[in-house]
Design a protein around this ligand. Structure first.
Ligand SMILES: [Zn+2]
Length: 107
């Protein structure tokens, strides 16, 4: 049986169950028929943060600044026991973490 992930649509916010094996196939939302993934970071609002933080099965990346300080919160592990194999095999996986850490370090 194929594992699946519960993913909020980046367009309308509806929750979509997507088989892990089909994540790279540009899944579309069952409600609005737009692509589930925006292909870019989504700026969440207070109104939709809880849905992404508590219902989505995707890792959540939150960044913030305070004065000269920067912080990054990644709501998952970076290893294969939490992330889907397709995410780890993604060509941008290494760059994501390098850039995330570099940004937090002020580079
Ligand atoms: Zn939608």
């Amino acid at each position: 049986m194929d594992a699946s992930l519960l993913i909020p649509c980046s367009h309308c916010g509806a929750m979509n169950r997507v088989p892990s094996s089909r994540l790279a196939e540009a899944p579309v939302c069952g409600l609005c028929h737009e692509p589930v993934f925006a292909g870019k970071p989504i700026a969440l609002t207070a109104a939709d943060f809880d849905r992404h933080a508590t219902r989505s099965e995707l890792p959540l990346l939150v960044t913030g600044t305070f004065g000269k300080g920067r912080t990054v919160a990644w709501t998952s592990d970076v290893g294969p026991h939490w992330l889907p194999p397709g995410f780890i095999a993604w060509s941008g996986y290494k760059a994501l973490f390098e850039q995330m850490i570099g940004w937090a370090a002020g580079e």
